[in-house]
Write a protein that binds this ligand. Structure first.
Ligand SMILES: [Mg+2]
Length: 392
């Protein structure tokens, strides 16, 4: 057994500037706002061991304040551990988090997988035994806005779907206005369905904004009419009700997808076994890193079902590349008039999750450098640094 020991963890908080979007504070999320310029917090983690191996990760999405704090609190507990002992680290950190939520585990686990990949000179996908270099992607829209040239009408969404087809995408997921307006959302689904059903797979994600199960059923009937590929987080149960989503599933032919708002693969498996969701949902950032998410992908495969990976980034690509039972890579959040706020300016070697990241067949590549497959621009991080914590 190796004598490797983690001897240092560095966490760096930094800012990125994101143009033409703003964060809607009422839970609607990021939406298009032309002319706006805002600073957003992100953080990076580096884990070093006593023999000079290191792993790194920068979670692409927001909520960095909470996630960085949780990651920092857990980092004290990995000092002295063997960095290759990811399974027991995952379990130990789960134990430490049991009353407070596991959101800090993901970044640590992903950086440890990156370290292992760098040490063995192969990608995380290869470490997991995968060899799928191309992933079929879906264009996942930003939430709707009220701007003149934005995603502000059903026709604008339908136009954008056609634009995505031209770029090569094979699937298009609609995030609507998220205001619980059933009539408006119905018009949106009909406009997109009338224009592109049969030319591209269509998904709809209510993001838990429809008020009632009855509203969800009404919208679901439109999904059925146009043969939608899936119907995601239909209503305001928080995306967790087994009975409610099972009831909805039994009334619709469109497959239901819930699970991105629950944590840990054991809970996800219970959700599936109880008939609440057609697919399982894994997110490496939130579900215990590659370790926790891969467990869910394999558990799902054992149940004979598919595991759809949430959102975009190098960790998601590595995980999906190693998962036989995953259909689409989510290029999230796309908009016709602004760049993807989750595609950060911190990647070297042309890695991107912008709208043009797909080839003419709608595929993205699994990056193939060791570990996460990419290189980070730490000069950018340093230049935009706010503060740094070093844990030894
Ligand atoms: Mg979603």
């Amino acid at each position: 057994m190796s004598k490797l020991k983690i001897d240092r963890v560095e966490l760096t908080a930094f800012e990125i500037e994101i143009k033409n979007v703003e964060e809607n504070k009422s839970g609607i999320g990021i939406i298009y706002k032309p002319g706006s310029k805002n600073k957003h917090l992100r953080f990076g983690i580096k884990i070093f061991d006593n023999e000079g191996n290191f792993g790194e990760y920068i979670p692409p999405r927001g909520r960095a304040k909470v996630i960085m704090s949780a990651t920092q609190a857990l980092s004290y507990h990995i000092i002295g551990k063997n960095p290759l002992d990811r399974l027991s680290t995952y379990r130990d950190l789960r134990g430490l988090c049991k009353h407070i939520g596991e959101v800090g585990i993901g970044a640590i686990d992903i950086a440890l997988w990156d370290l292992a990949g760098k040490k063995y000179n192969c990608s995380i996908m290869e470490l997991l035994g995968g060899n799928r270099n191309k992933l079929v992607a879906y264009a996942s829209t930003m939430g709707g806005d009220r701007e003149k040239n934005g995603l502000s009408s059903p026709e604008a969404y339908a136009d954008f779907a056609e634009e995505c087809i031209e770029k090569g995408y094979k699937a298009y997921k609609i995030h609507g206005w998220k205001e619980g307006n059933v009539a408006e959302e119905k018009e949106l689904l009909k406009a997109v369905g009338n224009r592109v059903a049969g030319k591209i797979e269509i998904m709809y994600d209510s993001a838990c904004h429809l008020s009632t199960l009855a509203d969800a059923l009404e919208i679901g009937k439109i999904c059925d009419e146009y043969g939608f590929y899936w119907y995601e987080d239909p209503y305001k149960d928080g995306g967790v009700s087994i009975h409610g989503n099972k009831t909805l599933s039994q009334s619709l032919s469109t497959p239901i997808l819930i699970g991105e708002h629950i944590r840990n693969f054991e809970t996800s498996v219970d959700l599936i076994l109880n008939g609440a969701s057609f697919f399982s949902r894994a997110d490496p950032d939130y579900d215990g890193g590659i370790t926790g998410s891969y467990k869910l992908a394999v558990a799902s495969e054992g149940l004979g079902i598919d595991c759809e990976i949430h959102s975009c980034g190098p960790a998601m690509r590595q995980l999906m590349g190693a998962s036989r039972n995953s259909n689409f890579y989510e290029v999230n959040l796309l908009h016709p008039k602004c760049s993807n706020p989750w595609s950060l300016p911190i990647y070297l070697n042309h890695y991107s999750d912008e709208i043009n990241c797909v080839d003419k067949n709608g595929n993205v590549e699994v990056p193939n450098l060791p570990g996460l497959g990419i290189e980070y621009d730490w000069d950018y991080v340093e230049k935009n640094k706010l503060h740094k914590a070093v844990i030894t």
